[in-house]
Structures are given as C-alpha cells and as structure tokens.
Design a protein around this ligand. Structure first.
Ligand SMILES: [Zn+2]
Length: 182
C-alpha cells in the first residue's frame, strides 16, 4: 500500500528509506523505497502460490455489488474500516476509501451491515470510478487529479459547500462531508 520500486545499479548509493534491495548479477538493482515503512515484503519459492488471504480485487470488473453486499452483511465495523480490510476487498487504501465513500454519499461511521442495497450499489460504482480516475497517475502525485474529500479538512465540499471534516478511525485520518455523507 505504500512505497515505490526504484531501479538503479549496485554502484549507486542506496536511496533514503530503502527497505529492500535486490541485486542482480548484471549489476542492476531493484530497491523498495518506503518512507512510511507500511509495506511488507515476502520471499516465496518459485512456483509456490502464496496464500495471501486477500479478498476480491477492487479493480476486477467481475466483483459485483452483490458480493460486496454479502461480505458487508457479516460485519458491524464502520464501513470505512471494513473497506480498508484487504480480506474484504483488496487494493483500497485510505485515500481511495475516503473518495469512494464521499462519492457514494455514505457516512464513514455507518455500520457495514446497515447499508441499504442502493447504498452498496452506489459504493461499488463509486469505487470503480475512483480507481479508473487513479489509473495511470497517482492521485497524490498528479496535480491535475483533484481529490474530492481526502486531505481537504476545512475546505468546502465540492457538492454542497459544507466544510469537510476530519476524524480518526482505527488510527487513520478520515475525511468526510458531515452534510452529504449521512
Ligand atoms: Zn457535501
């Protein structure tokens, strides 16, 4: 969920925040640079399929609102926390979850199993839209890509002009519009 792979050579100084360096016999090197140290790296024997315990890929077009609905029905945790759980759905981080919930007009604190069918359908559509927007350019790196809610505390909601608020859920910052995410 964090970090970048950098390709350089074994002669170069290791980048700051290098966490993993894989050196090849031709002198090239792959380095995992992860300033927040939130990533994990595992080695598995060739041919072994690691059991990652991941849920469906959020970017998979075949992942349906019905599947999401069934998974949420089993959980009472706030929807924000559920969507960050990679066992429920894989590939959503803090920014994409905030943007998706804003787009679907869902309160991040809502119990997962309290969402209506219509809300889950809206959420599934919102996740697709957010991921499509993000593809090819990371939201956070691309000045042209506008975040709707994430990191906008105190700024007006792009839909209703209410001030965006920030709270903390499970140790992570949550940004939401108190007016149109109910
Ligand atoms: Zn709003």
């Amino acid at each position: 969920m964090s970090g970048d792979w950098v390709q350089d050579t074994t002669r170069a100084a290791l980048p700051r925040f290098a966490r993993v360096a894989i050196e090849f016999i031709n002198g090239s090197r792959l380095v995992l640079v992860d300033s927040r140290a939130l990533g994990t790296f595992e080695l598995h024997p060739a041919g072994e399929m690691p059991e990652l315990g991941l849920g469906p890929d959020a970017a998979d077009a075949n992942w349906s609102a019905e599947q999401l609905s069934a998974a949420l029905a089993l959980r009472r945790a706030p929807i924000k926390n559920a969507l960050l759980d990679q066992r429920l759905v894989a590939g959503l981080g803090n920014i994409y979850v905030a943007e998706s919930l804003w787009r679907a007009r869902i309160d991040p604190r809502a119990a997962s199993n309290s969402l209506s069918r219509a809300q889950v359908r809206a959420l599934r559509t919102a996740i697709s839209t957010v991921l499509k927007r993000a593809t090819g350019a990371r939201y956070t790196d691309d000045a042209a890509a506008q975040l709707d809610v994430y990191d906008r505390a105190g700024q007006p909601c792009r839909r209703c002009k209410t001030s965006i608020e920030r709270m903390v859920q499970a140790g992570r910052g949550t940004y939401y519009c108190p007016s149109c995410q109910k």
